[in-house]
Design a protein around this ligand. Sequence first.
Ligand code: BF8
Ligand code: SF4
Length: 672
Amino acid sequence: MAVVKKDEKAKVANPQDASIDAATQIMIKRAQDLGIDTCFDRNVTLKPCSIGNQGTCCKNCSMGPCRLPLPKDYDEANDTRKGICGATANTIAARNFIRMVAGGAAAHSDHGRSVAEVFLSAARKETDAYQIKDVRKLLEIAPFLGVATTVEKDGAVLDRDIDEIAVEVGEKAMEEWGKAEGELEYLKRAPKPRYELWKKQGVLPRNIDREIVEIMHRTHMGVDQDYKNLMKQGVRASIADGWGGSMLATDLQDILFGTPYPLASEANLGVLKEDHVNIVIHGHEPVLSEMIVTTAQKPEMVAYAKSKGAKGIQLSGICCTANEILQRHGVPLCGTFLQQELAIITGAVDAMVVDIQCIFQNVANVAKCFHTKLITTHPIAKMEQDNAIHIEFDEHHAVEDAEKIVRMAIDNFANRGAEVMIPRQKSPIIAGFGVESVEYHLGGTFRGSYYTLNDNIINGRIRGVAGVVGCNNARVKHNEGHITVVKELIKNDVLVLTTGCNAIACAMEGLLTPESAKVFCGPGLAEVCETVGIPPVLHLGSCVDNSRILLAATEVVKAGGLGNDISDLPVAGSAPEWMSEKAISIGQYVVASGIYTVFGAVFPTAGAPVFQRYLFEEMEKMYGGMWDFEADPVKHAWKMINHIDAKRKALGIDQARERVMMDFADRQALDV
Ligand code: BF8
Ligand code: SF4
């Protein structure tokens, strides 16, 4: 094994300070022993720019960068800060903020577009590799795109041909990105009052691409100079993400690859197997990973791996691809965003296959120190390092491409060095929840609705529901924010819905098992979880699957008894360790959907207090939801719980909660 020469003087991370996870700590130490730097060490040597961090550095033209840090003696009434063109701190922070929305919405939505393209190829039968798998879901979403599922013939109503419906759904879906007139069809999925509110505020997205382009235009030098007007466009583009690009990605993926249902698996670096060919899939688009999963499970591939001395093929995932292949196939989670380098440092990864988003360029440097083949697969995501092998994945040759990749990994098994070190840590998990399975578990077989969930919220066993999602961020202790926030919530009877890297963090911590309810939950939530056999933290998938949270909230509204709109519900959102532009887009569409949303780590508008107040206070008056920031995870959770309690009070169900708690205590006493 070629070892990068260690700079003895280089500062490195203290593993115990860098992560709460034992496997991660072990591997950070191993990397340091081998002289290989990881993001944890780079975080020690590379300090963030404090002005950029505040959101008040503008480099939108070459007269800048104009840097407007918040003065120590900041006086809001006399804030004279301005750039060369005169842009104020509010304008600069708002422009930067909505450019983040544009970046995030573009990433989710371009992913959605790729899925829609593959969907259309499958519907038109131009590819053998992908088929329409979930007809029920196809029929469910068709009306939202204005596609009829029945046809009238001679006075009789007949079912339309499924292939015909699929082609039309594919075509209509593609139009959502670039139609010339009208508005997003998919907005009809939101509760009616929400749609009307967006209409009143003038933020109904016209098409996905247009809203993103308009952000780039408005934030160009010398265009929109009013932070409120800039934010209006930020809101509109974020809605195009959440209720458009992301939601279409989720739905079309479910139709192509199957809607997830709960299944068992495992999580953390310990899922790698020393005697197997290890293929780690990393990125976001299931179009690639689905094919690799199918290929790696083929008997001839397993036999080929055995012929090379391995016991089999162990697939695992990093980042949202991990969540995608977990929720549909039970493929184990290898780790979160911050563990991507560490997976290779085990020395046991024969191939890491990456597609798009959240991929560290440094994985190529780390792979150079081991036998690991690093394979890029997407035409829009290549790497400059010469050891990155590019095998372009294309739906028309998907099977051949996947076979080539899997064979390359198998052939590489023999090249493993002697120094393999896989940490033991892994946790059992139950994942694969969705709108449908929440209905099944909490709605009961007979009712088939969200009635029981609502009932448990009304009677107070479940105090409220929180969506806790998002990234890891090397600037804060890996997983500490995620786990502390989630544990505090479930301890206080708040049911948690999770996606993205928060879901992986909860998985590693053992919170995704029904058994964890007894250990970590308040009595009300524990009772519900134990009765229906679900974990107190429900894994709903990847980051585009935050759309499942929006739809679950919509179902709760429809089931009745908890107000008329999402903004009436006792719910809250959180991203304790966010880092990506995608997280900002998600946060903004969650706020625009009427949900109070708290971010941890840092908030990118701190240098412009007036603009920040607009996000943190004024937004609620407009959308019934607002942003907030809290770095301390316990206080962070309590901001959410207090908000949930305020919503319960507004609904008049705060008293019910006390009564039920007493009933439960009484029953406990009788049991003794
Ligand atoms: O889309 S949570 S670090 S993996 S951005 Fe990335 Fe953040 Fe993880 Fe998935 Ni989401
Ligand atoms: Fe400076 Fe204005 Fe140019 Fe931004 S747009 S860099 S604030 S001159």
